[in-house]
Design a protein. Sequence first.
Length: 133
Amino acid sequence: MNATTQMRMNGQSRLYWVVTGLMSTFMLMAAIPDLVENAQAAAVFTHLGYPAYLLRFMGTAKVLGVAAVLVPGLPRLREWAYAGLVFDLTGALYSHLSLGDPASIWIFAVFGLVLVTGSYLLQQDERKQVPQR
């Protein structure tokens, strides 16, 4: 492997970890209010028409999804985790748009989708560039 290829791989690997770190932080910050059944999180769920008892389930699912993305060696589980995070964020975006919420509310779901998508695409690029033995 030449130096240019190595530098490109290192740069893409760094970018993957930056985006994945931001995505993980974003999703964990969204999970914490759900896990502790924060009153504001419950109010958002109620506003969207969902029962508050789903809060803890959704928070747990987000934490497990982030863990599955970060744990190495489980590619199939990682794929499912990315899918679950996309379903969560797409559902949130759709729910807010359906109720006519302003962009200041639903932009967070768009931001999360950008981060999850970026992490997923960069992870795919990183896997393709790992030298095969």
